[in-house]
Write a protein that binds this ligand. Structure first.
Ligand SMILES: Cc1ncc(COP(=O)(O)O)c(C=O)c1O
Length: 324
């Protein structure tokens, strides 16, 4: 069976986990800090904050922007539910903007129609790994903060720059089937020291010093910590980070392998009239190709036909409303 997603892991990841277990420190600690530094460098941003999922990263992004009751956040209709849920978690209202049928990313004309006085953020999703045209979105958004949902797009580049540093906050997923996989995991990327510090507190129940910092880094009053606001329990741990460090090293070659497979698909499928192929990435929009999506009329029949041939597929469909 050709699966849709298959994690690409081997001996290096097993060795890395073994080292962390033998070190005696498997929680939030030095490996997470190392991953954060390397991932921030990779994205060309000042700070990365390791969390347990992109859902948590998006939730923390809403909190950093102080989004709450009465506020609106514009999200695309084509995405995973997390993008809208995090808005509702914070008692705000997700406002759906349609997608552009060609790029499959958020439709700028619909964003313009949906912007109101209550709009406190826009969450563009780099759907399937293809970067949103962030320069154009910034022109429309003016001073509305942009939170990039990069769950599909680790390694994608827009005008030579990595996603995650193109808006105000970037949110990544390292879930089991993502381009960079840790089982579960995520990160926020920011260029703002105050936000970085607040996000690090918020991911650990609002506590101002993590256990590692108290025992190993800051030895003075090691037992003392303060909780000034209510946070979540959603930090990354060193087992996840150890896998992530290996995956980060392999990311370019894994994404290149995706590109080679995608080129085979384009070549093999180009003459089939009944299906519409995705936009092919170019130098400006360098996709991470998390998903190769096609459009067709007889979706269920095609899916069954392919399954009989040993090829698994899934379908994505636009959402038009959410009950909150
Ligand atoms: C577009 C998008 N955003 C957010 C998420 C949430 O990621 P996670 O599973 O790491 O919470 C996903 C997961 O598939 C996703 O596809």
């Amino acid at each position: 069976m050709i699966e849709i997603f298959k994690p690409f892991m081997g001996q290096a990841e097993i060795k890395a986990i073994g080292e962390v277990i033998r070190s005696g420190w498997i929680g939030l600690g030095p490996k997470t800090a190392e991953f954060e530094n390397k991932f921030a460098k990779f994205c060309g941003v000042q700070y990365a904050i390791g969390v347990n999922s992109a859902t948590s990263a998006l939730d923390l992004a809403m909190r950093l922007l102080k989004i709450g009751h009465g506020d609106e956040v514009i999200v695309p209709t084509m995405t995973f539910v997390s993008t809208a849920h995090v808005v509702a978690y914070n008692l705000a209202t997700p406002i759906f903007a349609d997608i552009d049928p060609i790029t499959m990313n958020i439709d700028f004309k619909d964003v313009l129609r949906k912007v109101s006085k209550r709009t406190k953020a826009i969450i563009p999703v780099h759907y399937s790994g293809r970067p949103v045209d962030m320069d154009q979105l910034k022109e429309i958004a003016v001073d509305i903060p942009l939170v990039e949902d990069c769950a599909h797009a680790t390694g994608a580049r827009y005008k030579e720059k990595s996603v995650g540093g193109l808006g105000n906050i970037g949110c990544f997923s390292f879930h089991a089937v993502k381009n960079l996989a840790m089982g579960d995991g995520g990160a926020l990327t920011v260029n703002n020291e105050e936000w970085m510090e607040r996000a690090k507190r918020l991911r650990w129940l609002g506590i101002d010093k993590g256990t590692w910092d108290r025992t190993e880094v800051d030895k003075s009053y090691w037992w003392q910590y303060f909780v000034d606001e209510i946070g979540l329990k959603c930090h990354m741990n060193d087992l996840q980070a150890a896998i992530g460090l290996v995956q980060l090293k392999k990311l370019s070659s894994m994404n290149n392998r995706r590109r080679k497979i995608v080129n085979l698909y384009f070549e093999g499928l180009k003459d089939i009239q009944e299906i519409e192929l995705p936009l092919h990435d170019d130098e400006i929009f360098k996709s991470a190709w998390h998903i190769f999506h096609i459009k067709c009329l007889k979706r269920n029949d095609l899916s069954e036909f392919l399954r009989e041939k040993g090829i698994n597929t899934v379908y994505h469909q636009r959402k038009s409303r959410l009950l909150v």
